[in-house]
Design a binder for this molecule. Sequence first.
Ligand SMILES: O=C(O)CCC(=O)C(=O)O
Ligand SMILES: [Fe+2]
Length: 391
Amino acid sequence: MANDLQVTYNLEQFRCTEEEEEEEEKGREEMAPGAAPFLPTATDEKTLRPSFVRDEDERPKVAYNQFSNDIPVISLAGIDDEEGAGGEKREEIRRKIVAACEDWGIFQVVDHGVDAELVSEMTRLAKEFFALPPEEKLRFDMSGGKKGGFIVSSHLQGEAVQDWREIVTFFSHPVGARDYSRWPDKPEGWRSAVDSYSEKLMVLACKLLGVLSEAMGLEKEALTKACVDMDQKLVVNFYPRCPQPDLTLGLKRHTDPGTITLLYQDQVGGLQATKDGGKTWIAVQPVEAAFVVNLGDHGHYLSNGRFKNADHQAVVNSNYERLSIAAFQNPAPEAIVYPLAIREGEKLVLDEPITFAEMYRRKMSKDLELAKLKKAKEVASQHKALNEILA
Ligand SMILES: O=C(O)CCC(=O)C(=O)O
Ligand SMILES: [Fe+2]
């Protein structure tokens, strides 16, 4: 039975084909027929439920607040100046962004032009929303493959281990494809705040893609054109205080599938990154009013691997709840994924051009294979231990 092994890696970020949605649906039906979901916000249990306990190799290795300064903070002041002295500023910004993308695939930006009041309005709404009683939040339950709304942990409830988080998701762009019936109506004000936030972040994302295109030796619009019509999805992550944070994760290790992700995080800390497949980690220092920019798989492939796809996770803690808002800037499902710039001596990172939908499908099935393998190894070692006891 494959479904108990299903892994997410933020599956809620992107809807694929109808068949895949049906598969997910089947998984959920097998898992919890009619059971009311457990909400981490609605408990004061002192021990973690087994469904949230991670295998030892996946548990946090660095404390949530043991911050590193490895991720650069880049001011975007002057990014729009193309000519004369201003052009030099843009050049400097480009240089810093490129260095960060080649190193971690992560950087932080300040002076980005998104109003602090707008961000604080979003966080106010989010906090009030997650403080609502479960039945209110569950009016917008996303289970069953619905496009947007509330869910615990992630979309795929068939996953073996759950993440210690609740989320609310808005499919915000293209504007014409929005389904407002999936947008929470409480507290009042979500619609206009999300509307403005989405628009401002689209603008910021396009500016950053312009800089990245130039860095690849291409015209400024190359990356946005490669996205065909950019999709944007906003995921508000709420990580409640956790009774046993050392045993679990707020969000398991993953790379984002899209082009770039713009992440607002509060001052608590919890975002961590790795460059060696999860052996060692750094905790990203929260910076007031900054956005963390993560390069996703699409960005990585278009750059032919020159820019890293940030390998990251979120940890939780027992002292503070934490809030983050991710704006996933993805290409359209039919957009072609293939390197746009290949530098001398580089090997191609993809054998053939594929659509983003196909890229995503392959990512999921690879994750599924890895999870199966892990499970099989676990079972084998349990058998071995049992045989030793019985011998
Ligand atoms: O909350 C965070 O720090 C990370 C969120 C994230 O990686 C995601 O939503 O994909
Ligand atoms: Fe992520």
